[in-house]
Design a protein around this ligand. Structure first.
Ligand SMILES: [Fe+2]
Length: 343
């Protein structure tokens, strides 16, 4: 947007009017005036001047009324008043009405040029600041859009942070090294075989990766204890799904993931923890995770025993079908693992 360099002169004295016109045009301004000042608003609408230069004691107009009307209707126009022997009170009144400058008559042409220059500069700054504001608004819109895009990056960053937490956990609990990744991959395969949506599959995988994150809050002495756990120690271990939940709960996108993790130690017959949910009341992702978690735990070395063979693990899982595990999901798991299904 550009500032108009047009000036409308409302001056009764023709000589003064001509001399002002010449002087201002010489300085590069475009000057208009009308022989009939009563048509001043037509002139304003036609020429759209930036400045109206008014002779306060013009005999053909009520200058106060005209000034008020210009200020009220054309906020972008600045008014300069020329006046013979202005007193302080009148000057103050005009300024408070919104007049930009008052030039006492008789004046030198340069005084008017100076005043006009100041007004033009002020308007240029105003236009620039409006342009700047528009530019700023545009930038903010663009930023908001890119922020939305970056939310995905943020989520990835978050997942990376959590993955490094998993690594921290696995370093702390040396027997479970790689456990979370194997559980995540096996769980994903079951979710895929079940025909779950891509989003649900991703949630199941993420839950697999993060299911034991709460073990970060379990004492190493308990986590890596050789031999039987006391009741208190077992209760302490059992708190890990809730600790996982507390860690992940603030992330709104993880609502479903958190639910899976909370329930990954529920038993199909309702004898698990923390809520003793049974059957299909246990989220599907959690029922999947229970199978993969138990299988991987049995086939990995633990502090209290060496790993079981696949066959031994399957036997135990068979015996717990319908007790700990969802039998339908167990069959899918066996199929994925290439185990011949007899039942
Ligand atoms: Fe667990």
């Amino acid at each position: 947007m550009k500032v108009s360099n047009k000036i409308l002169i409302v001056e009764n004295d023709p000589d003064l009017r001509d001399s002002l016109k010449n002087s201002l045009e010489f300085s590069g301004y475009s000057v208009v005036y009308n022989e009939s000042p009563k048509a001043i608003f037509e002139d304003i609408n036609t020429y759209k001047p930036s400045i109206v230069l008014i002779d306060y004691y013009h005999p053909d107009i009520n200058s106060v009324k005209v000034i008020k009307e210009i200020v009220g209707k054309f906020r972008e126009i600045e008014i300069i008043v020329t006046i013979t022997y202005p007193d302080t009170m009148l000057s103050n009144e005009l300024i408070s009405m919104g007049v930009h400058d008052i030039i006492a008559k008789p004046f030198q042409a340069y005084q008017v040029r100076m005043s006009v220059k100041k007004v033009m500069e002020k308007q240029r700054l105003l236009v620039e600041s409006k342009d700047f504001q528009r530019l700023l608004e545009k930038k903010i819109k663009e930023q908001t859009l890119s922020l939305r895009l970056r939310n995905q990056e943020k989520q990835q960053l978050l997942i990376n942070t959590i993955k490094s937490l998993v690594q921290t956990l696995e370093a702390k609990d040396s027997y479970t090294e790689g456990h979370s990744h194997r559980v995540a991959e096996n769980s994903l395969q079951i979710a895929h075989a079940l025909g779950m949506s891509l989003r649900e599959q991703e949630e199941v995988k993420l839950a697999g990766l993060l299911h034991d994150i709460g073990k970060i809050g379990i004492h190493e002495s308990v986590l890596n204890k050789r031999g039987r756990l006391t009741d208190d120690e077992y209760a302490h271990i059992k708190s890990h799904p809730l600790v996982s939940q507390r860690i992940l709960e603030p992330i709104p996108q993880f609502k479903a993931v958190v639910s899976i993790i909370r329930h990954h130690h529920e038993f199909f017959d309702g004898s698990g923890y923390p809520d003793r949910l049974a059957g299909k009341k246990i989220p599907t992702g959690a029922r999947i995770l229970t199978i993969c978690d138990a299988h991987d735990a049995m086939t990995s070395d633990r502090p209290y025993r060496s790993s079981l063979t696949e066959g031994m693990a399957y036997d135990i899982m068979d015996r717990n079908a319908g007790i700990q595990f969802d039998p339908d999901l167990l069959r899918i798991f066996y199929k994925i693992k290439g185990r011949a299904i007899t039942a």
